[in-house]
Write a protein that binds this ligand. Structure first.
Ligand code: DGL
Length: 259
């Protein structure tokens, strides 16, 4: 089991920001990454559809003998991880907006959260937000169109900068000193956000913490890879591979249909 791959999935390229941390912390592990871009953005799907896609991808990853699955998508985690754990026997690690560290560190008592509609409207997000956001004002903002624009290659564009300005300006005016990136696509926007936000605003994501959680689960369950050779990663897309190719070498990307 040790040398079996770790499955990682997202609605698109967003999960690659988490995969980057995973590969650097666990260099000997093998990974299979799926961008479910035929169905992106998940934020616009109904909770039922998000659960169906998550189950379908999980079944496919299990057929590839994955030993653990990382749900590298806040929207899929907050809507589907409970069901995935109930109905599959392998371990899952998910990602949720990093409200806890931001709430612990804020000096102004105001924290902004940028996430998809699917995440913000989920029960799990509200549970986390009320458990860890005690005494702190949480300003929620839907990052409407951000995933769609990143998936269509508009990461570096004037339009993107204007959209981010319009989403973050009201938070700044309300006194937020932390901005939680509640979607795995958004860390790719950090260079733009760093440029447009005032210096005192701290940008928070939890990719590093999730990678450490994966390491802990592998250790606890004795699932870690024993090989001393660097692991390999195979990338799959359910839609076209154009966006993925901006991040990964053409030889590594395979298009497939998982219906
Ligand atoms: N990367 C996904 C997330 O973390 C994007 C969801 C979407 O496709 O809308 O939420």
């Amino acid at each position: 089991m040790g040398n079996h791959p770790i499955g990682v999935f997202d609605s698109g390229v967003g999960g690659l920001s988490l995969l980057r941390e995973l590969r650097s912390l666990l260099p000997y592990e093998n990974f299979i990454y799926i961008s479910d871009n035929a169905f992106t953005p998940y934020g616009a799907l109904t909770p039922k559809n998000i659960r169906e896609r998550s189950q379908t991808l999980t079944h496919w990853l299990c057929e590839q003998s994955c030993k653990l699955i990382v749900v590298a998508c806040n929207t899929a985690t907050t809507n589907a991880i409970e069901l995935l754990r109930e109905t599959n026997s392998i371990p899952f690690v998910g990602i949720e907006p990093a409200i806890k560290p931001a709430a612990l560190q804020t000096k102004t008592g105001v924290v902004g959260v940028l996430a998809t509609k699917g995440t913000l409207s989920s029960g799990l997000f509200h549970k986390t937000s009320s458990a860890f956001g005690l005494g702190v004002r949480i300003l929620e903002k839907e990052g409407k169109d951000l995933v769609k624009m990143i998936e269509s290659g508009m990461l570096q564009s004037e339009e993107m900068e204007q959209l981010l300005q319009s989403y973050t300006q009201p938070m700044i005016e309300e006194g937020a000193d932390h901005l939680v990136l509640g979607c795995t696509h958004y860390p790719f926007l950090t260079p733009i956000l760093t440029r447009i936000l005032p210096q005192h605003i701290k940008i928070v994501d939890c990719n590093g913490a999730v990678a450490k959680q994966v390491e802990r689960v592998l250790n606890n369950k004795e699932l870690g890879c024993e090989s001393q050779h660097f692991g390999n990663t195979t990338y799959f897309c359910t839609g076209g591979s154009q966006t993925m190719l901006q991040f990964v070498s053409p030889n590594d990307v395979i298009e497939l249909s998982i219906q």
